[in-house]
Structures are given as C-alpha cells and as structure tokens.
Design a protein around this ligand. Structure first.
Ligand SMILES: [Zn+2]
Length: 112
C-alpha cells in the first residue's frame, strides 16, 4: 500500500478530523483539475510519497467505494476515456479496507 510522507500523513489525519460528512459530496478542499459529466478530477491534496503527480477521479453521484458494479455503462465509458487521457499515469482503485474515504474514487498517479 502506498504511503504518504509521515509529515503529510500527520496533516491528513488532522484534516480528516475536521471533515464533516463526505468530503466528495460535494467535492471541496481538493482543487479541481477537470469536470466531466459523471466524474470530477481533482489534485490530491495529500499525494502519496514518490509521486510526481497524483490526481483523484471522483464519481459525481454517491457510489460506495467497493461497489464497482454500481457504475453505469455511461459512467464507465467516460471513466475509461478520462483514464486514457493520461497514458503516462497509473490508473488505480483501492479495495476494501484500503481507502479512507467511502465515496467511489480512482487514482491517477505518476510515480517518480
Ligand atoms: Zn460522497
């Protein structure tokens, strides 16, 4: 599992304590990079260590993070279009127990 630097992890833990409700309903705190019909791409405010760029693709409607089956075909098509726009980046989804936010999101990461 990827990690943040210990300083950033400390800041992230402190940030999480300030969150009321879901930080992705609506998306706030994270700067928006691009908006699509079904997805929003943001700059990860707390990127992992050893990354050059780290974006997060967030579903506009609330879907539980592990429920990939709940993505509609239109959402899936747009999601893969977005991911393919960044061929230099890894397209990742974390499984149950690996995500700290329960709202469906994917990571686009360019590692060092
Ligand atoms: Zn949410």
């Amino acid at each position: 599992m990827q990690q943040r630097t210990s300083q950033l992890e400390t800041e992230y833990e402190a940030y999480k304590k300030t969150i009321k409700g879901c930080p992705f309903c609506p998306v706030r705190d994270n700067k928006i990079k691009a908006e699509y019909k079904y997805w929003t791409v943001v700059y990860n405010k707390f990127p992992y260590e050893h990354t050059i760029s780290h974006y997060v693709i967030i579903s506009k409607r609330y879907i539980e993070n592990h429920k990939l089956r709940d993505i509609t075909s239109e959402e899936r098509e747009e999601l893969f279009d977005i991911a393919s726009t960044y061929p230099e980046m890894q397209f990742e989804h974390k499984g149950i127990g690996q995500q700290s936010i329960n709202h469906l999101h994917f990571h686009l990461i360019k590692y060092e």
